[in-house]
Write a protein that binds this ligand. Structure first.
Ligand SMILES: Cc1cc2nc3c(=O)[nH]c(=O)nc-3n(C[C@H](O)[C@H](O)[C@H](O)COP(=O)(O)OP(=O)(O)OC[C@H]3O[C@@H](n4cnc5c(N)ncnc54)[C@H](O)[C@@H]3O)c2cc1C
Length: 429
C-alpha cells in the first residue's frame, strides 16, 4: 500500500510504499526498559543506538513513520546552527560554545556515517551548502560567516557574484557562502531506513500509537494511549514540532511554524543544465528565507514559510512559485507538480533545546530547520544519556526546568507580527 495521496502529497511520498511493520497491535498493557515517543529522525536514531547496545526499546509513533517533518523536509543536510561560531561562544561561553560548534559542524558527517553503517539507500549526494547574498546587508553576513568559520575549517569559502551565478545558474545574487560539508538526500528514505535498521536491531515500533499523557509514578514512567498503557524505566520524548499535551508544558517551549514546499514537474536536461548541481542545498539570507535544491528526476524543489493555517489549495503556494521563477527565469513556463507542508519548531534564540523532564527522561526539540543533520547525529548521545544519565557527555546544554514562552497561546499572533516585520525589513534592505 502506498502513502495516502492528497492534494498535498510530497515529491518523496508519491507512489512510495508506506512503512509496514508485520506485528501484533500494541497490547493493552506493556513494559520495556526504554520507551521512546516519536518515530522521526531523533526517536529512531536514539532507539537504534539503544538496541545496538543490547537494550530493550519500544517506539510509540502517533501516526505513520515518514508522515511528519522527518519524511517531509527538504533533505538538506546542512552543518552547524543558524548562528556563526563567535555568536555561539558569546551566548554560551567558551566551554559549552566549543562543544556546540563541534557537534553542529560534524553533524552531517555523523549522520552520513549512520547512513553508511546501516546501508540506508537515501539518494545521498555530497555537494555543499550555499547561502547566496542578494544585497549588501546579506553580503556582510556572508563575509562574517566565511571569516568566522575559516577559524575552524578549510571547507568554507566566499563566492563572488560570478561564482554564485556559475554554481546556481541565477544572476540575482552578488556573492555567497559555500560550505562543502553540506549534502542532500531523500528524507523519507532516510527515516524509513532508520526504522528498518531499528527493527533489525530489535526495537519494537508501534505506529498509530498516539501518547496522550506521560507521568512518573512509583519509580516508573507511564505512557497513556487511548486503549493501552506502556511502562518504562527511561523515557525519550522526541515529538518535536508535533508535540501535543502529553507532558505539560513542553508544548509551550517552542513555536510551531508551517513550512511549505513545492516541486516542479520533471524538467528537460536543457532547462536544468546550468541550475544548482546535484548534492547542493541552497538557503537564502532573507529573514523570511527560502531554501531550494535539485530533487529526484531532474526537478527543482523550493520551500519557505507558509500561511498560518493549513493550506486549502495550491493557490496558497503561489508566493513560492513566484519566488522560484524570479530566481530562475528559465523556469517561467515550468509546471509545478507537488505541493506539501510540515511543522518546524522554532525557539526564541533559534537554538535547539534538550530538556530533562524527570528521572531518566529527556526531550529534544527546536531544530529550527536544521534537524536533518542534527537529529540523527544526536541519537547516539541521547541513547548514552538514557543509559548513563551523564549530562556532561551531551553535546548541547541541558535545561532542568522547562522554559515556556510567555503568552504562548498568542503564538499565531507572534508569528504573524514577526513575519510582517521580517518582510518589511527584507524589503527595506
Ligand atoms: C517542510 C519542512 C522542510 C524542512 N527542511 C529541512 C531541511 O532541508 N534541512 C533540515 O535540516 N531540516 C529541515 N526541516 C526540519 C527537519 O525535518 C526536522 O528538524 C527533523 O525532521 C526533526 O526530526 P524529529 O524526529 O525530531 O521530529 P519529527 O520528524 O517531527 O518526528 C516527531 C514524531 O513524533 C510523533 N509524535 C508527536 N506527538 C506524538 C505523541 N503524543 N505520541 C506519539 N507520537 C507522537 C509525530 O507523529 C512524528 O512522527 C524541515 C521541516 C519541514 C517540516
Amino acid at each position: 500500500m502506498t502513502y495516502k495521496t492528497s492534494p498535498f502529497c510530497s515529491v518523496w511520498h508519491n507512489n512510495e510504499p508506506y512503512f509496514f511493520i508485520d506485528q501484533e497491535p500494541l497490547p493493552t498493557k506493556m513494559e520495556a526498559e526504554f520507551v521512546i515517543v516519536g518515530g522521526g529522525f531523533t526517536g529512531l536514531s536514539t532507539a537504534l543506538d539503544l538496541a545496538l547496545k543490547g537494550k530493550e526499546v519500544i517506539v510509540l509513533e502517533g501516526g505513520k513513520i515518514g508522515l511528519a517533518a522527518s519524511g517531509l523536509n527538504g533533505g538538506q543536510l546542512n552543518p552547524g546552527f543558524k548562528h556563526n561560531p563567535t555568536e555561539i561562544i558569546n551566548s554560551f561561553g567558551s566551554n559549552i560554545g566549543k562543544k556546540l560548534i563541534e557537534f553542529g559542524a560534524n553533524a552531517p558527517k555523523k549522520t552520513m556515517s549512520i547512513i553508511k553503517q546501516h546501508k540506508i539507500e537515501c539518494q545521498l549526494e555530497k555537494g555543499g551548502f550555499v547561502q547566496p547574498a542578494h544585497n549588501k546587508a546579506s553580503l556582510r553576513i556572508v563575509d562574517n560567516r566565511v571569516k568566522d568559520w575559516k577559524k575552524y575549517t578549510d571547507k568554507v569559502d566566499f563566492l563572488d557574484k560570478n561564482e554564485v551565478a556559475d554554481l546556481l545558474g541565477s544572476d540575482c545574487y552578488i556573492g555567497g557562502f559555500l560550505d562543502r560539508r553540506g549534502a542532500t538526500l531523500n528524507p523519507l528514505r532516510l527515516v524509513k531506513g532508520l526504522a528498518k535498521a531499528a527493527i533489525k536491531a530489535g526495537v519494537r515500533i508501534y505506529q498509530n500509537s498516539l501518547v496522550t499523557r506521560v507521568y512518573f509514578s512509583s519509580g516508573k514512567w507511564h505512557f497513556m494511549l487511548k486503549n493501552s498503557s506502556v511502562q518504562g524505566m527511561a523515557a525519550g520524548i522526541f515529538t518535536n514540532a508535533y508535540t501535543n499535551n502529553l507532558i505539560k508544558p513542553l508544548k509551550q517551549t517552542f513555536i510551531p511554524v508551517q513550512s511549505f514546499q513545492i516541486a516542479t514537474e520533471r524538467l528537460s536536461k536543457e532547462i536544468t543544465r546550468d541550475l544548482i548541481p546535484n548534492g547542493f542545498g541552497v538557503s537564502d539570507l532573507n529573514r523570511l528565507l527560502v531554501y531550494y535544491r535539485r530533487g529526484p528526476d531532474n526537478r527543482i524543489l523550493m520551500g519557505g514559510r507558509g500561511t498560518f493555517i493549513k493550506p486549502k489549495s495550491k493557490g496558497d503556494f503561489v508566493l513560492l512559485e513566484r519566488k522560484l521563477t524570479n530566481i530562475f527565469p528559465i523556469l517561467k513556463d515550468a509546471k509545478f507538480q507537488y505541493y506539501w507542508f510540515g511543522n518546524v519548531s522554532i525557539t526564541p534564540d533559534f537554538m535547539p533545546r534538550l530538556n530533562i523532564l524527570g528521572p531518566r527522561a529527556i526531550s529534544f526539540l527546536g531544530c529550527n530547520g536544521r534537524g536533518v543533520a542534527l537529529s540523527p547525529a544526536l541519537g547516539p548521545y541521547l541513547s548514552d544519556w538514557l543509559i548513563n544519565g551523564n549530562d556532561h557527555r551531551l553535546p548541547l546544554p541541558v535545561s532542568k526546568k522547562l522554559k515556556t514562552i510567555p503568552f504562548h497561546f498568542l503564538h499565531r499572533l507572534y508569528v504573524a507580527a514577526v513575519s510582517s516585520y521580517f518582510k518589511a525589513r527584507d524589503w527595506v534592505d
